[in-house]
Design a protein around this ligand. Structure first.
Ligand SMILES: Nc1ncnc2c1ncn2[C@@H]1O[C@H](COP(=O)(O)OP(=O)(O)OP(=O)(O)O)[C@@H](O)[C@H]1O
Length: 344
């Protein structure tokens, strides 16, 4: 069984930190409390049978970490952790033996994004709309990528506490007349039964944008032209395809509604931060879309929402930045490691 770290608040250096995505695993090494980190070449998850093989090939030839702090998509439960968007299964006990580590800590990928928020500066963010961040108030990170991730960061007793969750799977609902035309055409991948429950991640991720685009096309009885999310965003942003433009506009509106739901749930007066691979790529479009209006449209709480700032994270690797901050100074974050910390 995994152990707890409640008895101590440091992680042994050098620490391997890793952000394990659906396509890429990004690794770097933290050697001490404030020196530079060392970044290794990305490993493509499809190129290695296991995460241990990927670390052995990309990290071990150059460094001998004593500990590992890894962020993975999905909930961390038990001693075998299957990853949501690739075929790897993380087995910390085996990893400790095979890679010669003393300890392994697994975090959720958006928990890592949340850990980066206190360290982000103005150059790492693009604001969308008004509002002002209230110091030490709750913050939310939410972001479409291969899936839809979400986590909160709560400040209490002088410490930032990340709150991981599966907020990408909360419901979306049709609101406008156009939504009601489009909804019946959305292909629902999670098996919603007869009532067509559409989850956030159904529409708000790369595959979800294509799903939304196809539903828009089908609602108009037209033929679809694109199967790749990057094609949809390109055609939307250069204005060459009306359906792609409408799909990306609706994507922004639904993202605004869902981000607003999370902001309400956590009273995110510290701000809502759009992370993940897609938001930064569509930042100019997001800024002039209906995102912010949809975020605020929470009667009777519009005035409250209007004060909460929203921004796109344009830092290139916020999850690694969050893991680095935590690996260096775990005592400054209230990360609950029970059941997620394995030692030799
Ligand atoms: N220009 C783009 N417009 C819209 N979607 C895009 C664009 N480029 C990539 N995507 C989509 O973004 C998703 C990848 O997002 P992200 O970079 O956050 O990945 P991840 O989940 O962190 O993991 P990894 O980077 O390993 O894939 C994929 O679904 C991809 O198709």
């Amino acid at each position: 069984m995994a152990e707890t770290t409640t008895d101590r608040d440091f992680i042994r250096f050098p620490t391997l930190i890793g952000d394990i995505g659906g396509t890429n695993a990004r690794f770097s090494l933290v050697s001490d409390g404030d020196g530079p980190t060392r970044r290794f070449a990305n490993a493509q998850t499809a190129d290695f049978a296991t995460i241990d093989d990927a670390i052995a090939a990309t990290v071990l030839p150059e460094a001998r970490p004593r500990s590992a702090v890894l962020a993975v998509a999905g909930p961390v439960q038990g001693d075998r952790v299957p990853l949501t968007n690739c075929s790897w299964v993380v087995e910390p006990r085996r990893m400790i033996e095979r890679l010669g580590l003393d300890e392994v800590i697994l975090l959720n990928d958006f928990e890592a994004q949340a850990l980066s928020l206190p360290g982000l500066g103005p150059d790492d963010l693009v604001s969308i709309g008004g509002g002002e961040s209230v110091p030490n108030a709750a913050q939310v990170a939410v972001g479409p990528g291969t899936g839809l991730g979400a986590a909160a960061l709560i400040h209490a007793r002088g410490t930032w506490f990340p709150v991981p969750g599966e907020g990408g799977h909360i419901d979306l609902a049709p609101v406008s007349e156009r939504d009601f035309q489009i909804w019946p055409h959305i292909d629902e991948p999670f098996g919603s039964g007869p009532y067509r429950r559409i989850a956030g991640e159904t529409l708000l991720c790369g595959a979800g944008l294509v799903r939304l685009y196809k539903a828009v096309v089908a609602a108009d009885g037209a033929r679809s032209r694109f199967d790749d999310p990057a094609e949809v965003t390109a055609a939307a942003m250069d204005g060459s395809d009306g359906h792609a433009e409408e799909a990306l506009s609706l994507f922004c509106v639904h993202l605004g509604r869902l981000a607003g739901n999370l902001a309400l749930a956590f009273m995110a007066r510290g701000g809502v931060f759009l992370a993940g691979g897609i938001a930064a790529r569509i930042a100019p479009f997001l800024a002039q879309s209906g995102f912010r209006d949809a975020f605020i449209d929470k009667a009777p709480h519009q005035a409250l929402m209007d004060k909460m700032p929203t921004s796109v994270v344009i830092h290139p690797e916020p999850a690694l930045a969050g893991l680095t901050a935590y690996a260096r100074h775990p005592e400054t974050f209230g990360v609950a490691t029970e059941g997620r910390h394995w030692r030799r």
